[in-house]
Design a protein around this ligand. Structure first.
Ligand code: SAM
Length: 245
């Protein structure tokens, strides 16, 4: 469970509200059972339930989690809005695979057109999915989800990253298939990478030119066409493998 405060050694930790509801009503846990508590500074402890009351649960620390769960490279996955609930799937699986952040943006071939209200509701739903997936895979942070209203907002953010890569299937044909391998070998601790993946219809040449002009590197991900939801998971898996996690 993710807690909103930083770690501070205490005799016991009190949990209320949403996390209380989940422990008591959803998981139906009892005294003696154990949970991971993750504080907002990334410190995680294994804690045992000592009392359950009407509104709160008290847990005592059993041990500190010493294993680092976060990747040494922060990977932000940006997806051109795909159809249906594919973004939900990408956020859930991408969180399990260690993504640091997710961005959704309207690409030229994105079919869905969301107004402000729809985007806000969708972002809330995706953030909940990211939180649950982060709890389930014992992450030390909850990846944040941002849905942009313009593709330009994504491009304007490029300077925040140490590398920006665009998954582009045409690159595999144009002799640029080695780019991804080069990016992988050049990765080092502390880097933060933006990985951009297109929707079902892919990227137009104009979009690709805009990305390149803003400093992005085009990368092929092998000779087969991957679905919009498979490509980010391929990239995250390859980065974890490269960093020997
Ligand atoms: N435009 C393509 C078409 O209709 O044939 C397919 C787009 S693909 C389903 C969705 C996205 O996944 C692409 O925009 C790209 O970002 C990524 N992708 C899929 N296969 C890829 C590959 N082999 N190399 C690099 N990127 C790939």
């Amino acid at each position: 469970y993710f807690l909103k405060e930083p770690y501070e050694p205490k005799e016991y930790y009190e949990i209320k509200d949403e996390n209380y509801h989940h422990i008591v009503r959803v998981m139906r846990m009892s005294v003696g059972e154990r949970n991971f508590l993750v504080f907002n500074d990334g410190i995680a402890i294994l804690a045992e339930i000592i009392t359950i009351s009407e509104e709160s649960v008290e847990l005592k620390e059993i041990s500190k989690e010493s294993m680092e769960k976060e990747m040494p490279v922060q990977v932000t996955v940006a997806c051109g809005f795909p159809k249906g609930d594919k973004l939900e799937w990408i956020v859930q699986k991408g969180t399990e695979l260690g993504a640091h952040q997710f961005i959704g943006f309207p690409a030229k071939t994105s079919v869905v057109k969301w107004d402000h209200k729809k985007r806000e509701n969708k972002a809330k739903r995706l953030q909940k999915i990211a939180t649950e997936a982060a709890e389930q895979s014992h992450r030390q942070i909850v990846p944040q989800v941002h849905l942009f209203d313009k593709e330009q907002a994504l491009i304007d953010g490029f300077p925040k990253y140490s590398q920006v890569i665009v998954a582009y299937e045409e690159s595999a044909k144009q002799g640029e298939k080695g780019n991804f391998a080069k990016v992988l070998t050049a990765l080092g601790t502390g880097d933060n990478v933006l990985v951009i993946v297109g929707p079902e219809g892919g990227f137009s040449e104009a979009e690709i030119t805009d990305f390149q002009n803003a400093g992005a590197i085009l990368c092929g991900l092998g000779p087969r066409i991957l679905r919009a939801e498979t490509a980010p998971l391929y990239v995250l898996s390859a980065i974890s493998y490269q960093l020997e996690l």
